[in-house]
Design a protein around this ligand. Sequence first.
Ligand code: ZN
Length: 280
Amino acid sequence: MKLLRLGEKGQEKPAMMDANGQPRDLSAVIPDLAFEALSLESMARLRALDPESLPLLPQECRIGAALADTPNFHCIGLNYARHADETGMPRPTEPVVFTKATSCIGGPDDAITIPEGSVKTDWEVELGVIIGRNVFNITEAEALDTISAYCVINDVSERDHQLERGGQWVKGKSHPGFGPIGPWLVTADEVPDPQNLPLWLSINGEMQQQSSTSDMIFSIAEIIAYLSRHMILRVGDVIATGTPEGVGLGQTPPRFLRPGDEVRLGIEGLGEQHQTFISA
Ligand code: ZN
């Protein structure tokens, strides 16, 4: 089942794709793709609906962020072996945990503003995981059963703010628009092996990142169990599970985004995003 949000910013309606790939309006069934609507129970109820019984939505609508009112946007850094190597940092022995401000979440195809004065805005294609029940201190064996859906995320990052200004990474990760999520959520039942998904990102048609979730250092199950030992994970929380090699910071010389750059990214079975980067 593919779930998405359609409409102008702030006016999005929740929707599901029918068998013909046409969006059907869910707004009479759930208030939005947020909170309890993202629980495992809610997913089971939505799956039982006949999409043909729901009103069609116009397909030419803007696609909004696939989530609304996200409680937490957790992220894992340096989680692909070859990406850790390209940054010159040691491969981590425990998951590197940081957050993005939830206010950075945007639609998958929205233009993204390069922050004023920024010369180090970078890209990171990532597999996103949506938590489907509140959990604390769970085992790896239980972890995958807490996931309600998967999605594509671009963890857009300003490297100067992230790495050269002291303090935590959150400053370089949270500018408005730096967290496109979508085009849709794909429910976990349709992703039998999340550790074997090809993912890629190109700029102006030139491939930059091309890898597989099989290169993760810490598996998705390890990440969820690890986070749950330190905090309650809540229904609707999203976890960005790290990016593979091929970011701008890792290139020789480093390459960063400029106004007019067209970024495309995708994960097999989870859809594609397209962003134009623009000046402030
Ligand atoms: Zn990242």
